[in-house]
Every structure is written in C-alpha cells, then in structure tokens.
Ligand binder design. Sequence first.
Ligand code: ADP
Ligand code: MG
Length: 178
Amino acid sequence: MKELSLHILDIAMNSVKAGASLVEIGLEEAGGTLTLTVADNGRGMEPEFLASVADPFTTTRTTRKVGMGIPLLKLAAEQAGGAFSIESAPGEGTALTASFQTGHLDNPPLGDMAATLVSLIQGSPGIDFTYTHTAGGGVSSLDTRELRAALDGVPLDTPDVLAWIQNSIEEEERGLSQ
Ligand SMILES: Nc1ncnc2c1ncn2[C@@H]1O[C@H](COP(=O)(O)OP(=O)(O)O)[C@@H](O)[C@H]1O
Ligand SMILES: [Mg+2]
C-alpha cells in the first residue's frame, strides 16, 4: 500500500507543473476521518478535461501515455471507505479533496510528511507551500512565506534550512501522534 505522503508528493508536483506560486496542503483528522486537501493557484483545467482527469487514461504529458497521480489517489481514498473530489477553473487554480476512514483496514499509513515537504521545497524553492495537519487538538504546520520572511534573503533550499524544516515537521508530527 502506497503511503499517503507519497500521494501528496505526486499531487503537489502537479500543482508545481501547473505553474502555481502557492500550494496549500491540509490534513485534518477528526471523528475517524482523515481529510486531505491540496489547493493551488496554478493554470487550472478546462471543464471537459477535469471531468475525465480521475480516469487513468487522461494526461497532457507526452513522455508517458497514462497519467496516474490523480486516479491512484482517488482509488486509495475509495478503498479506505472515503471519497474524492476535485474542482478547477482555468486561470484560477485547482483544489482537490480526498477523505479516508482511519479505522479502515485499507487506510494507507501517512508516511514521512517531513520528507515530502522537504522534497517539494528543495525541488521548487521559489514556490510557496503551506502545510497544516490537525489531529486530536494538536497541529503540525509550515508556511514557507513566513519562513522566507524570517530568513531575510537566505534561500529555502539552503541545506541548513532544509534540515531545520525536516526536524521541525518530524517533531511536530511526533507531537500529534502522542
Ligand atoms: N493541479 C493541477 N493543475 C492543472 N492541471 C493539473 C493539475 N493536476 C493535474 N493536472 C492535469 O491532469 C493531468 C493528469 O494528472 P495526474 O493524474 O497526476 O497524471 P500525470 O501528472 O502523470 O500526467 C496532468 O497531466 C495535468 O494535465
Ligand atoms: Mg501527476
């Protein structure tokens, strides 16, 4: 079973490829349901394309005939007793929601969110990412806009900065699961 953090990496990469300058990732755990949201301000999708984007035979990539990122996340959510939806408007952006029943036998493990966020930031240090994970009254979060302001010109992909992000998210995630 693929970890949710790897699905999130795939989905956020779509936002990056769509030219987004801001990608907002949310995870909310409450009442036995985990809800993932990924929203971006990228180029968006035309309604006809959007209608079939969760179908594994839809992609605009030329290197590979079959685009699987979205269909695989939809399948993972449905297999865990959850649901999937996506909204998009050309020139405005895209927002996707996937829910999972956390007690379901096929609920995927979250995996390494710190590694996912560090990969995204390292790969696209000019793009802003926000991450907010709430569970049991606790929160794990990151906002590269705030970090950028605090760093005063030091790039986000500086090794020390990436290491700090990694440690900070790992620590906050550990706090959530206690
Ligand atoms: N956030 C997004 N903004 C704009 N277009 C998107 C976004 N996410 C996906 N798409 C479009 O949907 C297609 C299918 O995405 P996906 O299922 O992840 O497969 P792949 O990325 O391998 O093509 C992409 O090729 C792209 O054209
Ligand atoms: Mg993709």
